[in-house]
Design a binder for this molecule. Structure first.
Ligand SMILES: NC(=O)c1ccc[n+]([C@@H]2O[C@H](COP(=O)([O-])OP(=O)(O)OC[C@H]3O[C@@H](n4cnc5c(N)ncnc54)[C@H](OP(=O)(O)O)[C@@H]3O)[C@@H](O)[C@H]2O)c1
Length: 253
């Protein structure tokens, strides 16, 4: 039997939020290309790829992030590809003025600071090797941010800005950094958020579904495909960009 070389053979990847939704599809895409993948979340689900190693992590605190970084280095021996995908959004139907301070902090912790902290913990070994790729899953909602989850949109905006700066800073060390900003993609978390948003408007959930000109909402595999390309050597001259993947839906910034 002959085996064909795959483009991520020998690569070690960590995917946060790899238990379901976009993260599970991304983890599976990297596995399909030959990478050894560690998927992290607070709990595994039936959608967590069987081919990934799963590790429990709560990324809302510096300690939780540090523990995950240590586990990843111990279990993988190093991290070549880091996908900061974990994120969460709670809808506040009455608008931004009703979002409690604690929720703003929580949104910043999971949607922004978790990535900053994990990057900081794993960058030194990438720089030592002179290679590595980091992908930040941001959001196209930054282009048209609704008051009902402005804390989430603002945290993702911070993530996109940080991502660009980190890319420029790390480029001389051989580390590429990308942001991806998805539009409306079907996933367990997004489906709940859209249902809550519709309820806050008092409308049927179908009215807040994707209006993408391409005629359908996204599926996690759409985003995973882009990640697969960006972490590969085919993208070796790309860094520092924020890729909107939304079927053409969102207004340009
Ligand atoms: N789907 C969309 O339309 C869309 C659009 C734009 C951006 N995004 C972004 O894409 C990413 C994935 O979202 P998704 O739609 O796939 O949502 P999802 O179905 O809710 O998945 C979120 C993942 O993050 C993990 N996570 C959440 N809080 C965590 C914590 N405190 N510690 C560790 N892991 C945590 C979840 O696992 P546990 O809850 O078990 O921890 C899960 O694995 C997020 O960053 C989201 O903001 C999604």
């Amino acid at each position: 039997m002959t085996s064909t070389a795959r483009e991520l053979d020998g690569k070690r990847a960590l995917v946060t939020g790899g238990s379901r939704g976009l993260g599970a599809a991304i983890a599976q895409r990297l596995i399909d290309e030959g990478a050894t993948v560690l998927a992290a979340a607070r709990s595994a689900t039936p959608d967590t790829p069987a081919g990934a190693k799963f590790v429990t992590a709560d990324l809302r605190t510096p300690e939780g992030v540090r523990a995950l970084a240590d586990t990843a280095l111990e279990q993988l021996g190093g991290v070549d590809i880091l996908v900061d995908n974990a994120g969460a959004a709670r809808v506040f139907g009455e608008g931004s003025g009703t979002i409690p301070d604690e929720e703003w902090r929580d949104a910043l912790d999971i949607n922004f600071l978790a990535a900053v902290r994990l990057d900081a913990a794993l960058l030194p070994q990438m720089r030592e090797r002179g290679s590595g790729v980091i992908v930040h899953i941001s959001s196209a909602v930054t282009l048209d941010p609704p008051g009902q989850f402005l804390h989430y949109a603002a945290a993702k905006g911070a993530l996109s800005t940080y991502s660009r700066g980190l890319a420029i800073e790390q480029a001389p060390h051989g580390v590429r950094v990308h942001a991806i900003s998805p539009g409306n993609v079907a996933s367990p978390g997004a489906d709940v958020a859209r249902r809550d948003l519709a309820a806050s408007f008092g409308v049927d959930p179908s009215t807040v579904e994707s209006k993408a000109p391409l005629g359908r909402g996204g599926v996690p595999g759409d985003v995973a495909e882009l990640v697969g390309f960006l972490v590969s050597d085919r993208a070796s001259w790309i860094t520092g960009r924020d890729f909107i993947i939304d079927g053409g839906e969102f207004p340009r910034g």
